[in-house]
Design a binder for this molecule. Structure first.
Ligand code: PLP
Length: 317
């Protein structure tokens, strides 16, 4: 089996991110809740994409890319962090975003404007159309370019969260449960594969933030990443748990998500976002209410960032 250190990695973030117990939340839920602060990953306003981009942009650099393309929703945190990380490595980011939701220069779009990233809107629901548009523009540019898929979720990007699991294993607490938001799947898949390698006994729960077949997405990403590592590990749908938590839909705030945002802000002074982490933490609160955690359990919430969304997507109600 290959080691994580066999893969080239650009140094972009500040790692390890802090991991500590949420004392007030633990007392309220009658279990032991910890947080992994990947929202403090050290680039932009922080977030999970930095770990994936360390692997993806190292490959882009290696291939001589001058331009990096990616895509997402109009308020994509991934697109914003791709612009931040590409710029740091001397590459230009071109972001082709779906013209849906909040397209005014607020939140992540404002941050992208500050960074001078090029944003192109496409009024489509089809990401394949956007990938074709990347090739069209890339060819016209006549410079080497690199395409990063939605959310940075291919096998190479997913390695970032296998590495995160290894990092967690060195932070001194043995976990029974790990909870994270699940959008394009790389974070949950990387953590679930990483748990098999470095955190035996920890069950990963991916809290979905949109409609979709996440069991299949997670399984495929885990298998492709295990193959990239030449690990020979057998992977099945029993290796993780998926829970639906998207409420009214992707990027539409939910009552439970907003309540979870207020709860964590009031109890611990930590801000979640309305699109991903608020809904994911609401999923953790629901599990606690339903008795999924024992008093002695150690539960880790991976805070995957999303701060830009707080200033664009309403969460005050
Ligand atoms: C703040 C935040 N949390 C979680 C996720 C979900 O991560 P993944 O796409 O790896 O499933 C995203 C994805 O964009 C995100 O921006």
């Amino acid at each position: 089996m290959k080691k994580l250190s066999d893969f080239k990695k650009a140094s972009l973030g500040v790692f390890p991110t802090p991991l500590y117990k949420l004392e007030n939340v633990s007392a309220a839920l009658k279990t032991n809740v910890y947080i992994k602060r990947d929202d403090l990953s050290g680039v932009g306003l922080g977030g999970n994409k930095v770990r994936k981009l360390e692997y993806l942009l190292a490959e882009a650099k290696d291939l001589g890319a001058k331009v990096v393309f990616t895509t997402g929703g109009a308020q994509s945190n991934h697109a914003m962090l791709t612009a931040a990380c590409a710029g740091k490595l001397g590459m230009k980011a071109v972001l082709i975003l779906k013209e849906r939701g909040v397209t005014a220069p607020l939140g992540n779009l404002l941050l992208e404007r500050i960074m001078g990233a090029e944003v192109i809107f496409n009024d489509t629901d089809d990401f394949n159309e956007i990938y074709a548009q990347m090739d069209e523009i890339g060819k016209k540019l006549g410079e080497p370019y690199y395409k990063i898929p939605l959310g940075g979720s291919n096998a190479l990007g997913t390695l970032g969260y296998v590495a995160c699991a290894e990092e967690i294993s060195k932070q001194g607490v043995i976990f029974d449960h790990i909870v994270c938001a699940e959008g394009s799947g790389g974070t949950a898949a990387g953590l679930a594969l990483g748990a098999k390698l470095f955190l035996p006994g920890a069950r990963v729960h991916g809290m979905t933030v949109s409609e979709g077949d996440f069991e299949n997405t997670t399984l495929t990403l885990m298998r492709e990443t295990a193959a990239l590592l030449e690990s020979g590990i057998n992977i099945s749908a029993n290796d993780f748990d998926i829970k639906e938590n998207y409420g009214p839909g992707y990027a539409v705030p939910s009552e439970e998500g907003n309540a979870a945002m207020r709860f964590l802000a009031e109890k611990e002074g930590i801000f979640l976002d309305p699109v991903y982490t608020g809904k994911a933490f609401a999923g953790l609160l629901k599990m606690a209410r339903e008795g999924a955690f024992k008093e002695s359990d150690k539960v880790l919430f991976v805070h995957t960032g999303g701060a830009g969304g707080i200033f664009a997507v309403s969460s005050a109600d």
